[in-house]
Design a binder for this molecule. Sequence first.
Ligand code: F6R
Length: 242
Amino acid sequence: MDLRIFDGPDDAALALAQRVADTVVRRPEAVLGLATGRSPVAAYAELRRMSAAGQVDFSRASTFNLDEFAGVDAAHPGSFRRFMKEHLFDGVALEPARIHFLNGVATDLDAECERYECELDAAGGMDLLILGIGSNGHIGFNEPGDQLVARTHRVRLHEVTRRDNAALFGGNIDNVPREALSMGMGTILRAREVALIATGERKARCIERAVRGFLTTRLPASFLQTHGRVELFLDRAAAALL
Ligand code: F6R
């Protein structure tokens, strides 16, 4: 894995944004995979700024978000679609038809996962996938456990993940859905390039295990070691144990 370590979270975010912009400038019809969560927020803000300044044009790019909560529709304040609208989509000129999302309120959630996987295949797969990492080592919503699932699938969220996402649901963990839909490990590992951002000391232990540890389903991010083109954008705190 290619480690890029920055003095602080802002520098890591600027570098990630530049990495995304470079991809889109080089290949305007790039297919991007996108994460939500706190980690990429500053990078998305920088991409909005770059877009407004005419430094990058997203009008021919496509996006596929990694995951969505089950039972939450696009308008719900806790939905990842709403999050993306606020942090990125409203500030860059993406074509709405090229923004792809899992539908958390589809009547048949398994069929919805299959539909998404096919839609991604039809788009030619992801050129660049932006990832965060959960404090338990999850990527997307592929939670640690005895096994991992290759394709886009329904997930039972761990308590720690629900707690980490409570802010989106009025700060109350009881309001956080117990289930989500997520790209699978195979889906993630098929992205041609991966850029993972992690900042803050809370991520230091899982970053150390992901980079230096054994491959294990107990730390899904460890499987990124098998991918030839992964860049990690870290601040010093997240990289402290490396
Ligand atoms: C979100 C996602 C998650 C987050 C992870 C880190 O779409 O896929 O894997 O990237 O939970 O979240 P933050 O950045 O809030 O620490």
